[in-house]
Design a protein around this ligand. Structure first.
Ligand code: ATP
Ligand code: MG
Length: 155
């Protein structure tokens, strides 16, 4: 089905706003253009929700934290960027974060709560759409996830 990605992101952010408020993280959405795409709405919602929820959860809670979500597109793909000012991911963990049940720093992660399945599901869902996901991170500064998904993927 054809999904309005701008609206889908607005809904996701609205649902995550209470979690952001609790963590004192500022949540910002920037849509550079209208995007509609042929996607599996449930799978894409799960994927994007986990990326944005992670960006909120693994963030500062001193009122200085922020998450910036942006949406853009060209004639072939749409692009989602989720950038945070959070705790970052150590270099040696970057290759493991998509593994099921993998969580960085068990003690720290235990306080935050989660199963370690989110990114495995996110990556599968993006690959299923013939998309791509990339991560950039600096410890104690923040993390950026870049996602690219074809506009008219046919299942
Ligand atoms: P779940 O999503 O299943 O509730 P989770 O958030 O721990 O649990 P993933 O979403 O798969 O699991 O993330 C795996 C691990 O990667 C997290 O436990 C965390 O250590 C690290 N991580 C993911 N996103 C970020 C981020 N934006 N900033 C810092 N660390 C992150
Ligand atoms: Mg998660």
């Amino acid at each position: 089905t054809t999904v309005n990605i701008n609206e889908l992101l607005e809904q996701i952010l609205k649902r995550l706003q209470p979690i952001a408020d609790k963590q004192k993280v500022e949540l910002v959405l920037e849509s550079f253009r209208p995007v509609s795409a042929e996607v599996d709405e449930v799978k894409i919602t799960l994927a994007f929700t986990n990326l944005i929820e992670n960006a909120i959860k693994y963030n500062k809670n001193d009122g200085e934290g922020w998450v910036h979500v942006s949406l853009n597109a060209d004639h072939q793909y749409f692009y989602l960027k989720v950038e945070d000012s959070g705790i970052g991911i150590p270099e040696e963990s970057l290759e493991h974060i998509y593994e099921r049940f993998y969580r960085v720093d068990k003690s720290h992660s235990r306080e935050i709560g989660g199963t370690g399945l989110g990114l495995a599901i996110t990556r599968n869902s993006i690959l299923m759409h013939r998309g791509a996901i990339k991560v950039y991170s600096v410890l104690n500064e923040g993390t950026t996830f870049d996602v690219r998904i074809p506009l008219n993927y046919i299942a």
